[in-house]
Design a protein around this ligand. Structure first.
Ligand SMILES: Cc1cc2nc3c(=O)[nH]c(=O)nc-3n(C[C@H](O)[C@H](O)[C@H](O)COP(=O)(O)OP(=O)(O)OC[C@H]3O[C@@H](n4cnc5c(N)ncnc54)[C@H](O)[C@@H]3O)c2cc1C
Length: 401
């Protein structure tokens, strides 16, 4: 975003955010942080990141564009500036990714006034960590195949079922939860809830281990879990429409709350740093024309993504509401994967040294990032599914069988 696109007020906010981040960058974490919020494993990591989110929130860098009544700071067009400055400053990511990028925008759109006032402030400050209970053993790409049931009982609902791949479920106090309330209709038989998780009787959270050796996502079991009707979001049977709001936000449409963390710029910086510190056959990788060209190609993609994000803010260019967000999820996850692959190539044989090895370049970041990148092409709907949706619904190609 060039400063010419900004109002005077937005420029001043950008200067404030940059100055604040320079003065308030947090001390080094007590233990190594994972690459993204969805691999936060330990209480030490959680406490450090939760305190950092709270500080950014108090400074006005998170929830900048949310109404004050819902815990926001009441501005317009400030959040993307804050996001950009957080990215530029290279500060830690904000832990409450599900709360910020999925729960808050969904509650804002579908919640009652009472629900917005109750739930959105904790999403923004990070005081309440949220997780997403959509996927089930038989409902991933076919999300509408939900089996977790919600059955009415007086003023309450009784939940039974099994969710899987629930990122941050081990630290979450709340879950955005899709359930089946009728077996007669596939899509119209779904209902969406805001469900308490931590300490809730009948809820069991079990960690799953990823290819990286980290945990971060979980299985969550519901056995006769009782929640009040006040935690239902939107009408009974409207769960599919509400889930689509969440998915659109998850796949990149939402920059309303702030998520922080590294974007394209920081990824290119990391690759350059690696190339400047890697010798091969007596030549610095940064002086090798093939490596320089490969990094340049990554920088061009980063710039393309940045321009695409700008395009997404111009209503006249958004002929189809899903096109740019879905493109962003696809290009973003493949961008990360290709960066990680290049990092592993530049580090060469040293890429076999994993994160606990003291000789590993950049503390073993590249092999970890490479393994981790495969999760990103699956999470939030696999890239195959995104391509199907883009082909069928945006380009109007024939449907797959
Ligand atoms: C790191 C990570 C974090 C996650 N976090 C969460 C979370 O917090 N909450 C949550 O609810 N879920 C989460 N998920 C789950 C994720 O949304 C699902 O894994 C994803 O939707 C795919 O579902 P599935 O794993 O059941 O695979 P399946 O749907 O069984 O798909 C298996 C393979 O078949 C392909 N396939 C399926 N149908 C089609 C089709 N019609 N056309 C072409 N190819 C097809 C898929 O692309 C995939 O390659 C996470 C996943 C990962 C990897």
């Amino acid at each position: 975003m060039s400063s010419a696109d900004l109002s005077q007020e937005q420029r001043e906010f950008g200067e404030y955010a940059r100055g604040w981040l320079a003065e308030n960058a947090p001390p080094p974490p007590p233990e190594r942080l994972p690459i993204t919020p969805i691999e936060v494993m330990t209480v030490g990591q959680r406490d450090y990141l939760q305190a950092w989110q709270r500080k950014c929130y108090d400074a006005g860098l998170v929830g900048a564009d949310y109404p004050k009544a819902y815990g926001g700071h009441g501005h317009t067009g400030f959040q993307r500036i804050a996001n950009q400055e957080m990215n530029r400053a290279g500060v830690p990511f904000l832990i409450n990714i599900v709360g910020l990028s999925m729960a808050a925008p969904t509650i804002l759109q579908h919640g009652t006034e009472e629900q917005r006032r109750k739930f959105i402030p904790g999403c923004l400050s990070g005081d309440e960590i949220w997780c997403q209970g959509f996927s089930e053993p038989g409902a991933g790409s076919d999300l509408a195949n939900q089996r977790t049931s919600a059955v009415p009982d007086g003023e309450d609902w009784i939940i039974n079922g099994h969710k899987v791949w629930t990122s941050l479920g081990h630290f979450a106090t709340w879950m955005i939860l899709v359930t089946r309330t009728s077996k007669d209709h596939k899509y119209d038989g779904l209902t969406y809830f805001l469900c308490p998780i931590a300490g809730q009787p009948g809820v069991t959270v079990r960690p799953l281990v990823k290819i990286t050796g980290e945990t971060g996502f979980n299985e969550v079991f519901f056995e006769d879990v009782r929640i009040p009707d006040a935690y239902r979001l939107d009408e009974v049977g409207k769960g599919w429409a509400v889930a689509m709001t969440t998915l659109l936000a998850e796949r990149g449409a939402s920059e309303g709350a702030g998520s922080g963390g590294g974007g394209g710029e920081s990824a290119i910086r990391d690759l350059i740093e690696l190339a400047r510190g890697t010798w091969r056959d007596g030549v610095l990788a940064a002086d090798d024309p093939v490596t320089r060209d490969a990094i340049m190609q990554r920088a061009i993609v980063a710039e393309g993504m940045r321009q695409n994000a700008k395009r997404a803010r111009v209503p006249a260019l958004c002929d189809h509401p899903m096109r740019l967000p879905l493109q962003q999820k696809l290009t973003g996850s493949e961008f990360q994967q290709n960066n990680a692959r290049l990092g592993v190539e530049i580090a060469g044989a040293h890429s076999t040294l994993y994160k606990l090895d003291p000789s590993a370049p950049q503390a073993g970041h590249w092999p970890l990032a490479y393994l981790n990148s495969y999760g990103n092409t699956i999470a939030a709907g696999t890239n195959e599914i995104q391509r199907n949706i883009l082909g069928e619904r945006v380009l109007g190609l024939p449907k797959t069988k």
